[in-house]
Design a protein around this ligand. Structure first.
Ligand SMILES: Cc1cc2nc3c(=O)[nH]c(=O)nc-3n(C[C@H](O)[C@H](O)[C@H](O)COP(=O)(O)O)c2cc1C
Length: 351
């Protein structure tokens, strides 16, 4: 694929591994790998990234024009989103049998450069890992009810081990008492966030129907609503404090999840955020390969007064960065469609 070729939102999710430019230049290969990178999750589906393409590497740069000033005032989640995209690209690189490196925060004086993915000059040698490529392209956030089927202990070990190389702990909870306590924190945080008109305005501004040409944002189908309801919901969020209604939807999802997970780091620096984004991508790839799904419940971390309470509960002595539920989609509930993606030519830039 030429690096300038554009893709529609739906095409973004159906990558043919056989299109990999095996005889192409390093630039062609790196540009192809960016197609996988953009499938990473991002806060409010802002896709706050730019991929700056050089001959042997791609810099993943935070696009601060897409910052979420209300929900993410320090660009913590933005950094995690970019790091998840970088790790996804690096996973795809290895899955095509290539070798390379991922350097976090490679330019000391430019913290917006979240990571650099470098391709080694050796020709592709290893076998393709189609399972990984398929996991990247089938992953999605599933904000629907989960079955009460427990997540096997061996699977939980795989999840923890996927996070650990990055210095990130994934603490997992099945215990009802912990779920009750977490549900209370989620409910409290929902009330605080939705009471703030600026938070609601920001959320509404990022609610776009799946059919919107923007190729970003949150759409009704991702929440179990029809696409046409997206704009109606955005208007309602803007006008009214629907915190109680949101909390009523979130609470059973927390209590009914077979497994809750807290990603935590030793500190709360940019390096910790990059590590968390990478760990998130790695965990979600493993989870997807095994038929599990996840959805985020980050509000107790986003509300600064509640974050220490979640730390005490889920990761004493450490800093919580992400809260997620994991499980298997409940029988009879449809898998939501993939979220929109921006066109590749909007995010892929020649150095
Ligand atoms: C750092 C980060 C924070 C997120 N926070 C939330 C959240 O609090 N609530 C939620 O429902 N989804 C959250 N998400 C999920 C995004 O909304 C989702 O990734 C995005 O809409 C794209 O959809 P996809 O994951 O299905 O590709 C978060 C994702 C990331 C990477």
């Amino acid at each position: 694929m030429a690096e300038t070729e554009t893709l529609t939102s739906e095409q973004a999710w159906s990558i043919e591994p056989s299109d990999f430019p095996r005889n192409g230049s390093s630039r062609d290969v790196l540009a192809f790998l960016v197609r996988y990178a953009v499938l990473a999750p991002s806060g409010h589906n802002t896709q706050p990234w730019r991929f700056v393409l050089s001959d042997d590497h791609v810099d993943i740069v935070a696009d601060t024009s897409r910052a979420l000033h209300m929900v993410d005032p320090h660009d913590r989640e933005m950094t995690m989103s970019c790091a998840a995209a970088a790790e996804t690209m690096f996973a795809a690189l290895r899955a095509f049998g290539l070798t390379g490196a991922l350097t976090p925060l490679p330019v000391a004086q430019a913290p917006d450069v979240v990571a650099r993915v470098t391709l080694s000059p050796q020709p592709a040698g290893g076998a393709e890992d189609y399972e990984m490529l398929d996991a990247i392209a089938s992953r999605r956030t599933v904000r629907r009810p989960y079955a009460d089927t427990p997540v096997p202990p061996g699977m939980q070990t795989l999840m923890r081990e996927a996070a650990r190389p990055f210095g990130v702990e994934l603490s997992l909870f099945e215990d009802t008492a912990v779920k009750d306590a977490v549900a209370e924190l989620v409910v409290d945080a929902d009330h605080i966030q939705f009471a703030d008109p600026a938070f609601r305005d920001e959320l509404a501004a990022w609610m776009h129907p799946l059919t919107s040409p923007a190729g970003d944002g949150l759409a009704g189908p991702g929440f179990g609503f029809p696409d046409w309801a997206t704009r109606v919901a955005a208007t309602l969020f803007r006008m009214f404090d629907l915190g109680s209604a949101v909390a009523r939807m979130d609470k059973p999802n927390v209590l009914g999840a077979p497994l809750l997970g807290v990603f935590s780091t030793p500190g709360d620096t940019r390096a910790d955020w990059v590590a968390t984004g990478r760990a998130l991508a790695a965990v979600l790839h493993v989870v997807t390969m095994h038929g599990l799904v996840n959805a985020f419940l980050n509000q107790p971390i986003e509300v600064t007064t509640i974050r220490p309470k979640l730390a005490e509960l889920g990761c004493p002595g450490r800093t919580p960065q992400l809260l997620s539920r994991f499980g298997y989609l409940k029988e009879g509930i449809a898998m939501p469609p993939h979220a929109a993606r921006r066109r590749l030519d909007e995010v892929l830039i020649a150095a």
